[in-house]
Design a protein around this ligand. Structure first.
Ligand code: C2E
Ligand code: MG
Ligand code: MG
Ligand code: MG
Length: 280
């Protein structure tokens, strides 16, 4: 039986390993070309003020259209790029595109528009990223007040002290900092005491089973926590009307999700902004 299990494990394990190694290679060899050959683009998922039913901003989400492999979702390449210093170039590319779209398209329609973009927690150790972010803002001429940084954590931050310095540097320039996927991952609660934070994005796993009239101690606790800290919240992954109503009952301030809008090209988001303006 042991021999059989061993053989089974062998058969199962080896192709998986090869696939992983192959995927790592494809990503790392491909990412520089992706940057230089315009294979990357952004989509924007709208963010709403839930209490006033108003479109207030969007999250910029990275997409990679690979010439042979088609569309590769960020969950498949970001964690690999994050292990290397290529993540800096990638982050700065995203910020540059986001700033241009914000300046040329979103802000002329909606001067209060808030655009969020994602920065890997691991990349906060990098001095060149710290400076690069502010250089791009200055160079593109975008007000820091219209941008928010979402700190994502697929791997643990190596040096919380250093990360905290970077975040303070950005905040002094007027940028706000949100913790992404709050409640999951490594040490979200300890980040609250060790990092300067302006807001939390409540992970979509907590939004899943919400419905009006129910008791949801964890979501209520996260909302109470942010109120007592005086920071903002954005609920992620709202897919049903029941979830939306429950969040409204709990006085959640902001949210995003497929129910309210999927990630979409800038042109489509502009149409949504235009619609919202005509309705009001
Ligand atoms: P995230 O930052 O938490 O982004 C939200 C993800 O949830 C997006 O997936 C979005 O499409 C998806 N989503 C939004 N609403 C719903 C919903 O109602 N239901 C469900 N099931 N999903 C929803 P996406 O675009 O595949 O991105 C996955 C992750 O990749 C992001 O999670 C973020 O961690 C990372 N990522 C994306 N773009 C960037 C980037 O420019 N830089 C970095 N460092 N990470 C990025
Ligand atoms: Mg995010
Ligand atoms: Mg998230
Ligand atoms: Mg996520």
């Amino acid at each position: 039986a042991a021999k059989q299990a061993g053989r089974h494990r062998f058969c199962f394990f080896e192709p998986t390993m090869n696939l992983q190694v192959h995927e790592h290679l494809t990503v790392l060899q491909g990412i520089d070309r992706a940057l230089s050959e315009n294979q990357l683009f952004l989509e924007y998922q709208p963010i709403f003020d839930l209490q006033h039913d108003r479109l207030t901003g969007a999250e910029a989400l990275l997409r990679w259209r690979h010439p042979e492999q088609g569309l590769i979702p960020p969950g498949r390449f970001i964690p690999i790029v994050e292990e290397t210093d290529r993540i800096e170039a990638l982050t700065l590319w995203v910020l540059t595109q986001a700033c241009r779209e914000l300046r040329d398209r979103f802000l002329p329609q909606a001067p209060d528009f808030k655009l969020t973009f994602n920065v890997s927690g691991v990349a906060l150790q990098s001095d060149s990223l710290r400076d690069g972010v502010l250089e791009i803002l200055a160079h593109e001429g975008v007000p820091a007040a219209n941008l928010r940084i979402e700190i994502t954590e697929t791997t643990m931050m190596r040096d919380v002290g250093k990360s905290s310095e970077t975040l303070r540097h950005w905040q002094q320039a007027g940028l706000r900092v949100l913790i992404d996927d709050f409640g999951t991952g490594y040490s979200s609660l300890s980040y609250l005491t060790n990092l300067p934070i302006d807001g939390l994005k409540i992970d979509r796993s907590f939004i899943d089973d919400l419905h009006p009239g129910g008791q949801f101690p964890v979501v209520e606790a996260i909302l109470a926590l942010s109120r007592s800290l005086g920071i903002e919240t954005i609920a992620e992954g709202i897919e049903t009307d029941a979830q939306l109503q429950a969040l409204r009952q709990m006085q959640a301030s902001h949210g995003q999700g497929y129910l309210l809008g999927r990630p979409m090209p800038a042109t489509q988001l502009l149409a949504r902004l235009d619609e919202a303006r005509r309705d009001s």
